[in-house]
Design a protein around this ligand. Structure first.
Ligand code: ADP
Ligand code: ZN
Ligand code: MG
Length: 487
């Protein structure tokens, strides 16, 4: 992320933003949370359902233990406290996508509480965004509103396991909101417990925003932004909502507690529903599910499944390999890229150059060809050889680019390609000087113009020399020799 971020807050220095975020994460388990229906996205409506997840009377839910495993993973990865005993509750409301008329969720005692997720602020300092809770629950079905006022209900999603992650209102800018969400997103991806696909709804963030004058100790009235499915839109919606609220407060208007949506077309937040009266969900302990007891052995088993976490990895990359925060963050955002970088950097012993190749050339290649790293043949050993060959001046950088593409496509190492194609850089004076002298003899016209003061012809001579060496000449030496012979 760039540290130069413009925000409406810059224009209103007397205000500060108070932001708390709720995220719903769909877990990537094989089956749903309380039945054996497969947990799949994108099937024909109402084909992936059974009497349990559609709430038929008399059916009994059975808890999928993997959901608890995943919740414990999330707890340990966010420095949360795991409740040794917890259970489920029924949250009652009526809606077409919820035929049971209650959602099974966790109420007073969530499985995780009091954790935090560290973020790096715009000024480089660290901030801990405190988590109130992470709890397990089931997703509802989906209402689909079609043409001509018709609506349908698809219950495939009903019973999909969710984790809901709720922060304290500790976030004070769009930058921090984005940093928090990106850190949580990467963290969950590392744990491998969700697809975290925002477009498909497996990572859904609600942003709660209120504004207050600096120095004020009470919070203002919050507005909730819901169902925004990309980081970019979240940032735009947050900025828009902050300026809308500041304008209202400046005009002496009262902010109403409500839920708003982001209208991408008109670039503004729009009213969805009022939250003025808090609903009475009549939470009841779920009588059909026994309490969950989590012992030390269970915690230890899960602790061993947790990889080095992305925030720690990023900090370590910055220290160990002297990378910038920005570079480190991009490298760790995909675990496969992070591992690849570290392997190649250890072999080459040139972390900075290795990271440059990955950030600049490799990521661009993957994006252009819509590939994942695993789908290419590039090995860490091959990239390390390339970095070393360039560093030692065995090849020049133009040849390096060609070798890089060949390595990706063939899986060969740089050393092998250099030998096979005889690509060693020509960088002895003995080999280059006769070539330079010949170019000067063959181009008398241009030499005369150059000597008469047309400096812009210099690249022409360099180009001729590169051509004569089949692209393998050492560009620095070529320039030196040209300067010497052109006078
Ligand atoms: P609900 O579930 O009804 O949305 P919660 O009490 O669970 O209500 O709060 C949801 C989120 O709103 C939390 O992340 C919390 O930090 C945040 N929040 C609460 N009060 C404020 C406020 N005044 N301004 C901004 N965010 C707030
Ligand atoms: Zn089912
Ligand atoms: Mg909310």
């Amino acid at each position: 992320m760039s540290s130069e971020v413009k925000s409406v807050l810059d224009h209103h220095p007397s205000y500060e933003a108070v932001i708390g975020i709720e995220v719903h994460i769909q877990l990537k388990t094989k089956s749903k949370i309380f039945c054996s229906c497969p947990n799949h996205f994108g099937q024909e409506p109402n084909t992936n359902i059974c009497p349990v997840c559609t709430g038929h009377p008399g059916t009994l839910p059975v808890l999928n233990k993997t959901v608890v495993d995943y919740a414990i993973m999330a707890a340990l990865a966010t420095n949360s406290t795991v409740a040794r005993t917890c259970g489920f509750a029924r949250k009652h409301y009526m809606y077409p996508d919820l035929p049971k008329n209650y959602q099974i969720t966790q109420a007073d005692v969530p499985i995780c509480s009091d954790g935090y997720i560290p973020i790096q602020c715009a000024d480089g300092s660290e901030k801990k965004v405190r988590l109130i809770r992470i709890h397990m629950e089931e997703d509802a079905g989906k209402n689909i509103h079609g043409m001509a006022g018709k609506s349908w209900v698809d219950l495939n999603r009903a019973g999909t396991p969710l984790l809901e992650v709720v922060t304290h209102p500790d976030i004070s800018s769009t930058y921090e909101a984005r940093a928090y969400l990106m850190n949580l997103h990467t963290l969950i991806k590392y744990l491998g417990i969700s697809d975290v696909n925002m477009e498909e709804g497996s990572f859904r963030a609600d942003i709660n925003i209120s504004m207050r004058k600096k120095g004020e100790t009470k919070f203002g009235t919050r507005v909730e932004l819901k169902n925004i499915n990309s980081f970019k839109f979240i940032a735009q919606a947050t900025e828009h909502e902050m300026s809308r609220q500041i304008e209202m407060l400046e005009n002496g208007e009262r902010i109403k507690q409500e839920t708003r949506l982001w209208d991408t077309k008109h670039q503004k937040t729009v009213f969805m529903r009022s939250k003025e009266e808090s609903q009475d969900y009549r939470y009841l302990t779920e009588p059909d599910l026994p309490a969950i007891q989590i012992d030390d052995a269970w915690l230890e088993r899960i602790r061993h499944m947790i990889p080095e976490l992305p925030y720690n990895k990023s900090r370590r990359f910055q220290d160990e390999y002297t990378l910038s925060a920005n570079d480190a963050e991009i490298l760790v955002s995909e675990i496969a890229i992070a591992r690849f970088f570290e392997q190649a950097a250890r072999i080459s012993n040139k972390p900075k150059q290795t990271s440059n190749w990955i950030l600049r050339d490799l990521l661009a290649y993957l994006k252009e060809h819509k590939l994942e790293l695993e789908q290419t043949k590039l090995t860490a050993q091959a990239l390390a050889e390339l970095v070393v060959a360039l560093d030692k001046g065995v090849i020049n950088s133009k040849v390096g680019q060609e070798i890089f593409i060949e390595m990706i496509q063939t899986g060969k190492g740089a050393d092998c390609i250099i030998k096979e194609k005889n690509l060693e850089q020509i960088d002895s004076v003995g080999a280059l000087e006769p070539i330079i002298i010949k170019i000067i003899q063959d181009n008398a016209d241009n030499v005369a113009k150059y000597k008469a003061g047309n400096d812009r012809l210099f690249p022409f001579f360099v180009g001729q020399a590169m051509k004569a060496t089949g692209g393998k000449g050492n560009p620095v030496l070529i320039q030196e020799l040209l300067k010497k012979h052109l006078g």
